[in-house]
Design a binder for this molecule. Structure first.
Ligand SMILES: [Ca+2]
Ligand SMILES: [Ca+2]
Ligand SMILES: [Ca+2]
Length: 384
């Protein structure tokens, strides 16, 4: 089935006209129902008096009351609880690498700055970040059949072997998009335990606590002007990260003077800049840059691609905290049932009906490389 989804379906889709595509959707929908996702695809949200604290520690009593939905593809377990005004999710999945090295992070080569992406071998792995995303259907036609893949998926150009995106313009979805480097640690980050870091800058052991936000986005019509995000847009308001690079894109704006450990070096907060813990790179001699870079190098870190800050508005609707510990991500989310932003957020107003969504896992990847689930129904348990 996986082979069918990844290799055959995209070719069929590309090679056929609209009528045959409708037939393909019907066939695939049947296949999905019959055999693709044998696990129970219902996530039951249990009502609790007090929402769990969003701190990356799932020992709250509220979570003990919620039934777990274990998905096998992608491998992730989910729980949901709700209160009078909020919905909270808990997600847990295996990932052998703690990935927050972005391709646009900076390395000092002794005379100039070079991005991690530019320094990497052409055929080597690209550096993104870890993540999980929830796509909540709002008005996408056919979402109940193919889920996320009805809005967008990858195709292979016949004869060229080049991948392209197929994107359905019709319909809108809400997107909750955890970005391990850019949104999740926006408030604070700390590490503990025995940390092991690979040559590529990705830890493979240790514990990392990240507290901040899940980036709140929405999916709409494709726009060439919006590539690479294409049809994915940020909700209105200030986002939680801005680029740590100069106008010419040749150097970072800031680096920390005394980074204390890997995670401190890899997360640069506006509050640290305001507190004088970071220094403006443009004012430094090469010698001074080299001396500070040596501290980053010793920690196995790079100068990060982004400066993290407090977001505002509809973009800031989802609180999130997570721990990556020895190969497992555990993360908690909280959002208002009704954000007051119905054009870009799913609004959980009628608690007697199911809300359909898909979930995707990103292991140091971006773009189309994520693993997506089938359709899942969130239902609100009415029992007190
Ligand atoms: Ca990873
Ligand atoms: Ca929002
Ligand atoms: Ca949204």
């Amino acid at each position: 089935m996986l082979y069918f989804l990844q290799k055959i379906l995209p070719r069929l889709w590309k090679a056929n006209g609209m009528m045959k595509r409708l037939l393909i959707v019907g066939i695939v929908t049947g296949l999905f129902t019959a055999c693709a996702f044998p696990q129970d695809q219902t996530l039951k949200a249990v009502r609790v008096d007090k929402a769990p604290a969003v701190d990356g520690d799932p020992s709250d009593g509220a979570w003990a009351k919620a039934p777990k939905l274990d998905l096998t593809f992608p491998k992730v377990s989910l729980k949901a609880v709700y209160t009078d005004d909020s919905i909270c999710l808990l997600a847990k999945w295996p990932d052998s690498t703690f990935s927050i090295v972005r391709g646009g992070s900076w390395n000092w080569d002794g005379t100039k700055w070079i991005t991690t992406q530019a320094a990497a071998p052409k055929d080597g792995p690209r550096m993104f970040e870890d993540g999980i995303a929830f796509m909540w259907n709002m008005t996408i036609p056919g979402f109940e059949g193919l889920g996320c893949m009805n809005k967008c998926h990858v195709d292979v150009q016949p004869g060229k072997g080049k991948t392209v995106s197929i994107f359905l313009d019709a319909g809108v979805a809400d997107m909750w998009h955890m970005k391990a480097a850019r949104s999740l640690p926006a408030t604070r980050a700390s590490q503990s335990g025995e940390v092991k870091i690979g040559k590529d800058g990705q830890p493979t052991a240790g514990a990392f606590l990240l507290v901040g936000y899940c980036d709140d986005e929405w999916m709409g019509e494709w726009s060439d002007a919006n590539v690479p995000a294409g049809g994915r847009y940020g909700d209105k308001g200030e986002r939680m990260y801005i680029g740590n690079r100069n106008k010419e894109k040749t150097a970072p704006l800031y680096m920390e003077k005394e980074p204390t450990d890997y995670l401190d070096a890899m997360t640069l907060h506006q509050s640290e800049i305001d507190a004088g813990e970071a220094v403006e790179v443009s004012g430094l001699t090469a010698e001074k840059v080299g001396a500070i870079w040596a501290k980053y190098n010793t920690l196995g870190a790079r100068v990060p691609e982004c400066i993290l800050r407090k977001p505002e508005g509809s973009r800031a609707d989802i609180s999130q905290a997570a721990v990556w510990k020895d190969g497992v991500w555990t993360t908690e989310f909280r959002r208002d049932l009704d954000t007051g932003h119905p054009n870009e957020d799913v609004i959980f107003k009628d608690l007697t009906r199911p809300y359909l969504f898909g979930v995707a896992i990103m292991d140091n990847c971006g773009g189309d490389d994520h693993i997506t689930s089938g359709v899942i129904a969130l239902v609100f348990d009415q029992a007190q």
